[in-house]
Design a protein around this ligand. Structure first.
Ligand SMILES: *Cc1c(COP(=O)(O)O)cnc(C)c1O
Length: 367
């Protein structure tokens, strides 16, 4: 079997590459989870076997992030898009206003949902006239409303390949952050945030589960006149077991977290991710007559590297040739066009080096 296993190098933006050991563990345990005679999917979410997995996933996240007791981990469904609505439903009370920092397509969507719930303000936007974003704003460009219910930011912009490398100072205003595409890329002090959310399918696991890290005392300030299922407090009080959670997705997240832990934790992830991004941006910059990387240097994402060749025809040719060479997922987002390599935790430095030599040969042959 194993000699026939053909794994490609996967640069998909999401769902994205998962660490092979996490998948192998799932394969080995699929039919019989630890001698119980059934898969983890077939266990009751209230039974001992699943409960241990659930608690371990939560505890590992706490350990890797060095999470203070002030904050709680939740595993929810509905993806990051549902949090776009749940955040204002819970925290944007009548008479209040929320600030949004626009840095890409996902933050625009988050704002659109909040507008349906209450009053909002754009505290900063780096949107260009043509709709693209090529940088994140500096602190000085952000005009915060000191009485806002919260400020919403997006740490990494998956579509346009920009990323905050320093956190905005939001003063006394609660900071809410969508970290879907760079969660766990490096050690991160989450205690400065009131709420962080991340859909798993980028850097954390399969689709179907979204992780929320919320400050416990903020939950007291949340609205209670909304359906129970939409209240963060409901899920916090029940340890994310109010209703049936996505058990298999959480199990896979647990496997990925164990892998990160074995690899040396978030410090090791950061060193690897920086080396990967340096190698890739270095290769693009070295051939700047052929490849264009549109994002300003100070805002370049370590997770989603966006670039293009001199023409759309060459972009398409590159994607097709790369696929033949076992390098998949390099086509840019449908809104932005061009090319994008997503180099999440599960993509190795060796994978990126393979891409770097492919890009060098392609430029040589077509430049
Ligand atoms: C992918 C993504 C989303 C949307 O996630 P869904 O799980 O599809 O709802 C939101 N925000 C960011 C930053 C993303 O990368």
């Amino acid at each position: 079997m194993s000699d026939r296993l053909m794994r490609v190098i996967n640069f998909n933006a999401g769902p994205a590459a998962l660490p092979l050991p996490a998948l192998e563990q799932a394969r080995d345990e699929l039919l019989d989870f630890r001698g119980t005679g059934m898969s983890i999917m077939e266990h009751s979410h209230r039974g001992k076997a699943y409960e241990a997995v659930h608690q371990e996933a939560s505890a590992l996240l706490g350990k890797l992030l060095n999470l203070p007791a002030t904050h709680q981990v939740l595993f929810l469904t509905g993806g990051a898009s549902t949090q776009f609505a749940l955040v204002p439903l819970n925290f944007l009370s009548p008479g209040r206003s929320a600030d949004y920092v626009l840095t890409g397509g996902w933050s625009e969507k988050a704002l659109d949902e909040a507008k349906l719930v209450g009053s909002t303000r754009v505290a900063a936007s780096t949107r260009l006239a043509d709709g693209r974003y090529t940088r994140v704003p500096s602190q000085a460009e952000v005009q915060l409303d000191s009485s806002a219910a919260y400020v919403h930011t997006t740490s990494n912009n998956t579509l346009f390949g920009t990323q905050f490398h320093a956190w905005l100072d939001t003063g006394a205003v609660p900071h809410v952050c969508d970290m879907s595409s760079d969660f766990l890329w490096r050690p991160t002090d989450l205690s400065r945030f009131h709420l962080v959310y991340a859909g798993a399918q980028k850097n954390l696991g399969p689709s179907g589960v979204v992780v929320v890290v919320v400050r416990r005392d903020w939950l007291q300030a949340a609205r209670t006149d909304i359906p129970k299922i939409f209240r963060y407090a409901t899920h916090a009080e029940t340890d994310s077991l109010y209703n049936t959670p996505p058990t298999f997705a959480i199990y896979l997240v647990r496997n990925v977290l164990q892998w990160i832990d074995r690899e040396g934790g978030l410090g090791a992830m950061e060193a690897r991710n920086r080396a990967k991004a340096d190698a890739l941006y270095g290769a693009l910059d070295a051939r700047s007559g052929f490849y264009t990387a549109p994002v300003e240097r100070g805002s370049r994402s370590v997770m989603n590297i966006v670039f293009r060749t001199p023409s759309e025809a060459l972009d398409a040719k590159l994607v097709a040739q790369a696929e033949k060479a076992g390098l998949v997922g390099l086509k840019g987002h449908r809104l932005t066009g061009g090319l994008r390599a997503s180099t999440y935790n599960a993509v190795s430095l060796q994978d990126v080096e393979t891409l770097v030599s492919f890009l060098a040969s392609f430029a040589q042959a077509n430049g």
